[in-house]
Ligand binder design. Structure first.
Ligand code: AMP
Length: 282
């Protein structure tokens, strides 16, 4: 695996590869890699000729200082994992490389409705920060395919919207959520939980699954109210638990359909904010 710290060096390497018709896959991450990230690398290796992974903890997308300061970092181990996974290129830029001047952080993106709900509502400015870094990385790497995790469902829709506004075609591939045996969605933030807390955190997926199984049988509002009471008893502080249309995240009150919807949750456990979702496929 070749490691690049400077965009110019990476670009000249990729330019010559692209001239030879090589299909480039890109997996953006914030590091502290786990099997979920590695499954994206595996997908990219399967579907493209050259896989680029980036590790950059993007301060501007954190709306909470503590969340940023405590975000886990394990670059040495990440490099080993990426090498084992057969990743071709790691882009490891500095803050200055991504944001060379103050003006480069000022751009505003038209995200619209997606910025007003769920993660957008509870994390003001978050998706603006995500768009800033993703646009910058896409301009540097110019991938053919972009691999994203369904774990960040709303982020996938935001990035798809961003790409639709660019003048370049990039295929977005959304990869399914990798989970611990307990059902807990893998996340770098899980490193901030001890074993007991991780067991409790698995209740999020159990709750989503139970709601999914009861949709159409019981009223969603009742399912949601009961679930929040149970989660609060276990020590969670729930930001949201919502049912939405999977194609556009329009929030819905209830459904008698068993497809084309997604149930999404965000909750704090021990000051660690966790998100998860289950998709009921189109
Ligand atoms: P992050 O490092 O958290 O920014 O995540 C980088 C990418 O990995 C994003 O596209 C995430 O959605 C994806 N990802 C994170 N957790 C998982 C998981 N448990 N399973 C699959 N993909 C994931």
């Amino acid at each position: 695996m070749i490691i690049f710290k400077h965009s110019k060096d990476l670009q000249s390497h990729l330019n010559s590869a692209m001239h030879q018709g090589v299909l480039v896959g890109f997996v953006p991450t914030m590091g502290a890699l786990h099997e979920g990230h590695l499954s994206l690398i595996a997908q990219s290796k399967k579907k493209t000729d050259l896989t680029v992974c980036s590790i950059f903890v993007n301060a501007v997308q954190f709306n909470n200082v503590e969340d940023f300061e405590k975000y886990p970092s394990s670059v040495e181990n990440d490099i080993l994992l990426l090498e084992e996974a057969g990743c071709d290129i790691l882009f490891l830029p500095s803050e200055n490389e991504i944001y060379p001047d103050a003006a480069s952080k000022n751009k505003q993106f038209e995200i619209g409705y997606l910025e007003s709900i769920l993660e957008g509502a509870f994390r003001p400015g978050h998706f603006q920060g995500v768009c800033l870094v993703v646009e910058r990385l896409l301009n540097i790497i110019k991938p053919d395919c972009l691999f994203l995790g369904q774990k960040d469902y709303q982020q996938c829709l935001v990035i798809k919207k961003l790409i639709s506004q660019l003048d370049r075609k990039i295929k977005v591939i959304i990869c399914s959520i990798l989970r611990e045996k307990s059902g807990l969605a893998m996340s770098s933030r899980n490193l901030r939980l001890n074993e007991e807390q991780k067991n409790i955190a698995a209740s999020l997926f159990k709750t989503l699954t139970s709601i999914k199984n009861n949709l159409g049988l019981k009223n969603f509002h009742q399912l949601k109210t009961d679930a929040i009471i149970q989660l609060e008893k276990k020590g969670f502080r729930v930001d949201y638990l919502e049912l939405a249309k999977s194609k556009n995240l329009k929030i819905i009150e209830d459904t008698d359909k068993t497809k084309g919807v997604v149930i999404l949750i965000a909750a704090f456990l021990n000051n660690v904010r966790l998100i998860d979702n289950v998709l009921i496929k189109d």
